[in-house]
Structures are given as structure tokens and as C-alpha cells.
Write a protein that binds this ligand. Structure first.
Ligand SMILES: Cc1ncc(COP(=O)(O)O)c(C=O)c1O
Length: 464
């Protein structure tokens, strides 16, 4: 890391506060930590404090920070050909990446549309589904089924298919063709119900909703294999495959949102088939697709759907959806380099090995005060805090427990992602076992100290 970087922290914070609006902008919010430097799995603030990045930027920086080879690939592409309209021209990295992806995707998902992130990837997927059924002369097939606790993005349409609490707080959302079914969260299943029974019940929720809306009206089901931002909710085994079977029965397309689970977090480029046993109709990806070095989104569509359009409407049929930066050559070059690094350095094998270790270590937090559930898969996990382990009652929202834990962890050199009473982890996938130990040790200490603080402040009885 560079020791010669100097910043006027006060000046920058004042500018940020006066003019910048961050995602989920809080109108009265005070300071953000100012990050100025990074290397490997670490980020450094403007005062030189170093933190383990427990969230990989935001589920994104898979190959770690400061990768010189990636920086060079991006610089080379900028110098050669920074940009040209993807409507009228193709570029070598655009073509090469598409061919490469076709060797990595499951089944016949061999057609790739590019955008600028996960929201636009999902938005484009749904626009394609609507277009598809119009072409198929089934224009009534417009309805989308999604789930509570889902997160799919922040364009108008992507936001409307989210189901995370708070997502709709005084916001307008599309409602007339979007339906939510319950979250497949095993921790919150009814007492006495087995995981298998719970799986069957959650698959049935999908079938019931399709029948309620009418199969002739339901176009698609969209699902993250693991509900990431909703709190790393890992559905019971067999859930995804059961849902796909129901979709097939009613001619409902299945969109697997792999914005988080793709590109290594589960130890595979795409987790749908090897981890969750499904070959969906469409997969979306972003974030780890370029390891966060350049914004990019991916919508992978099955060859069958593509061919159906040609068969029905001819080769002049046009999918009128695209962005100025679709297939941006620099993003394409970054994605290609990302894949090259991951393959050459055996990052998938590393992720599978460290992923198992990460899950095992995280579980060691389960008996600490306040910890109701520790869950995860691959290199992503969540610690859910509750005020009572028997009743699973959450802490009062005003306590902002996740934020308190994040602040405490930052004091000891770790950044996590707080959401209400949940602490989410998704470090860069190059993380080593020793670094996992460091991370979990900080979390362990912070949980104990925050629990003691709550008791001392008289806001918790300490009897969980
Ligand atoms: C599963 C999932 N899908 C979509 C998105 C939206 O991606 P973006 O913020 O790049 O638009 C996110 C973002 O966190 C996500 O977690």
C-alpha cells in the first residue's frame, strides 16, 4: 500500500456531507468512513487505519484489491479502444468474452447481453421475458413471482421485485404484475417442522401462487439461489430444484439471479447447476463478474429462447433494449482478465477449500451471547442477533445492533455489512485461512463487548 498518500479528511467529509448522495441516502446522516487505499483483502482509510474488508466491497472484489495485472489489462484496453457504440460495432473483447462465457455457463445459456450492473441485468432479463411471450403470442403472460427478503436491484423494475424489509418505505413500486411469496428462511420456519417439510411447503408456495394468478398469466419466477442482502438466507436443500420443476410444469421461465453467487463466491463461475442443481432459463450476474474493477452486468439467456424468437418472428425480430455502455470494451476486457486470473490461479478451488473453513469458523460464534443463527454457504455468511434465543425475538430496530457491531469491529480492524440485527460477511475470495481466523476473532470479541455494553446500558437483560 502507498504510504505517501495524504488527504484532508475534514475537508473531504464536509464536501461529502454537503453534496454527495449515497445509495439508501439518509438525509441527516453524519460521516462515512473515507477509504483511500487498498491491497489484497485490506482497505485503508484516509488516516492510515487498515481494515479487513469483510464484505468484498459489496460482494464484489473477488480477486482482491490492487491487482496489477487487472489494472494493466484495463489500461491497455483504454489506450487501444476505449469505447464505441455497441449498436453499430463489435470489439474484440466483446466477442472473445461472449465465446468464453459460453464455455462456463450451464446448459444452453449461450447468449449474453451486457449492461452496467445487477439491476440493469435483472431489468433486461425481465424485459426479455416480456418480449419473449409477446413474440410467442402469449401477451397475457406478464406476471412475475418473487420472494420476501429478495434483493434484485434499484431500477424501477428491479426495485419492484425486491422483498427486503424497508425497500418500499415511502417509495413507489410497480405492483400490478408482481407477486411476492414467503421467504424460504429455515431459521424462521415453524417449530417442529423439519427442513424437508419446510422445503416442500416453500415450493408449494410457488405452485399455489402460480395457480392463484393463473399459469397462463405467469411469465417468470426470479430468485437468488441464496438470498444475499436479505441476510444470506440459504433455502433448504432441494428448494431451487423443486421450484424449477414447478416452473417447468406451468411454462414459467426461471431467472436465477447470480449477481452475488456467481463468479467464485460459491467456488464456481455459476453456482446454479453445480451447487443448486438447476439449469435455469436465464442467469444474471454482475459484481464479481469484473471483481468490481469496472461496472458491468450480464444477462445470460438460453439458446432455446433465442431460437424460439427467430422461429416465431424471423431473423429481423428486434429486442429493443440496450445501453450506451452495453458491452463496453473496457468492462469486457476486465471481465476477460478476471476469468483468466481465476482460472490460472485456481481461485475456484481455493474458494471451495476456504469456503468450507470459513463456514466452520463462523459457526464457532454460534454460542456467543445474542447470536441466534449463524448461516452461510461458500464465502458468504451471516450472524443473526436476537434478544432471546428461544423466542428468536429480534432486538428493537432503534438499537441498530448491526451498526453497533460494525462500529465495534471497525475499532478492531474489520468492516462488516450491517442490516438491522444482521451482520453479513462476503470477503474477497482470495482470503486465506489465517485471515479468516483474524476476521472471526474480531467478530467474536466485538459481539462479547457489545453484549456487555447493552447490559450495562440497561437496554438488554442479557438473558438470551
Ligand atoms: C442478488 C442481487 N441482485 C442484484 C443486485 C443489484 O446490483 P447492482 O447494485 O449492481 O445494480 C444486487 C446488489 O446488491 C444483488 O445483491
Amino acid at each position: 500500500m502507498r504510504s505517501n498518500l495524504h488527504f484532508d479528511k475534514e475537508d473531504l467529509l464536509a464536501k461529502d456531507k454537503a453534496h454527495a448522495m449515497h445509495p439508501w441516502h439518509e438525509f441527516g446522516r453524519g460521516e462515512h468512513t473515507l477509504l483511500a487505499d487498498s491491497e489484497g483483502i485490506y482497505v485503508v482509510d484516509t488516516e492510515g487505519n487498515k481494515y479487513i474488508d469483510g464484505i468484498g466491497g459489496m460482494w464484489a472484489v473477488q480477486i482482491g484489491y490492487g491487482n496489477e495485472e487487472m489494472a494493466q489489462a484495463i489500461a491497455d484496453q483504454v489506450r487501444r479502444m476505449v469505447y464505441y457504440s455497441p449498436w453499430s460495432m463489435a470489439t474484440p473483447p466483446h466477442a472473445e468474452l461472449s465465446a468464453k462465457l459460453a464455455t462456463l455457463t450451464p446448459g444452453d445459456l449461450n447468449r449474453f447481453f451486457y449492461s452496467t450492473g445487477g439491476s440493469t441485468a435483472n431489468d433486461s432479463a425481465i424485459r426479455f421475458v416480456h418480449f419473449y411471450f409477446n413474440v410467442m403470442e402469449q401477451p397475457e403472460k406478464k406476471h412475475i413471482i418473487t420472494r420476501e427478503d429478495a434483493y434484485h436491484g434499484s431500477t424501477y423494475l428491479a426495485a419492484s421485485i425486491c422483498g427486503k424489509p424497508g425497500n418500499d418505505d415511502r417509495m413507489e413500486l410497480v405492483k400490478d404484475f408482481i407477486h411476492h411469496i414467503p421467504s424460504p428462511n429455515p431459521y424462521r420456519r415453524p417449530d417442529g417442522m423439519s427442513e424437508e417439510e419446510f422445503k416442500d411447503a416453500k415450493v408449494k408456495d410457488l405452485e399455489d401462487k402460480i395457480l392463484e394468478v393463473g399459469p397462463e398469466k405467469v411469465a417468470c419466477f426470479i430468485a437468488e439461489p441464496v438470498l444475499a442482502s436479505g441476510g444470506v438466507i440459504v433455502p433448504p436443500k432441494g428448494y431451487q430444484a423443486g421450484c424449477l420443476e414447478v416452473c417447468r410444469k406451468y411454462n414459467v421461465l426461471y431467472i436465477s439471479d447470480e449477481v452475488v453467487t456467481g463468479f467464485g463466491r460459491m467456488g464456481h463461475f455459476f453456482a446454479s447447476e453445480p451447487v443448486f442443481d438447476i439449469v435455469p432459463d436465464i442467469i444474471t450476474a454482475a459484481k464479481g463478474f469484473t471483481s468490481g474493477y469496472i461496472p458491468a452486468g450480464l444477462t445470460a439467456i438460453s439458446e432455446k429462447l433465442h431460437q424460439d424468437v427467430i422461429d416465431k418472428a424471423g431473423e429481423t425480430a428486434t429486442f429493443s433494449n440496450g445501453f450506451t455502455y452495453s458491452g463496453h470494451p473496457v468492462a469486457m476486457a476486465a471481465a476477460l482478465k478476471n476469468i483468466e486470473i481465476m482460472e490460472r490461479d485456481h481461485i475456484m478451488e481455493h474458494a471451495r477449500d476456504v469456503g468450507d473453513y470459513f463456514q466452520e469458523k463462523l459457526k464457532s460464534l454460534a454460542d456467543l451471547p445474542m447470536v441466534g443463527d449463524v448461516r452461510g454457504v461458500g464465502i458468504m455468511g451471516c450472524v443473526e442477533c436476537v434478544s432471546n434465543k428461544t423466542t428468536k425475538e429480534a432486538f428493537a430496530k432503534e438499537l441498530e445492533l448491526g451498526k453497533r457491531l460494525d462500529q465495534k469491529c471497525q475499532e478492531y480492524g474489520l468492516i462488516l455489512r450491517p442490516f438491522m440485527h444482521l451482520c453479513v460477511f462476503s470477503p474477497p475470495i482470495i482470503i486465506t485461512k489465517k485471515q479468516v481466523d483474524d476476521m472471526v476473532a474480531i467478530m467474536d470479541r466485538s459481539i462479547r463487548e457489545v453484549a456487555d455494553d447493552l447490559v450495562r446500558e440497561g437496554v438488554w437483560d442479557g438473558k438470551d
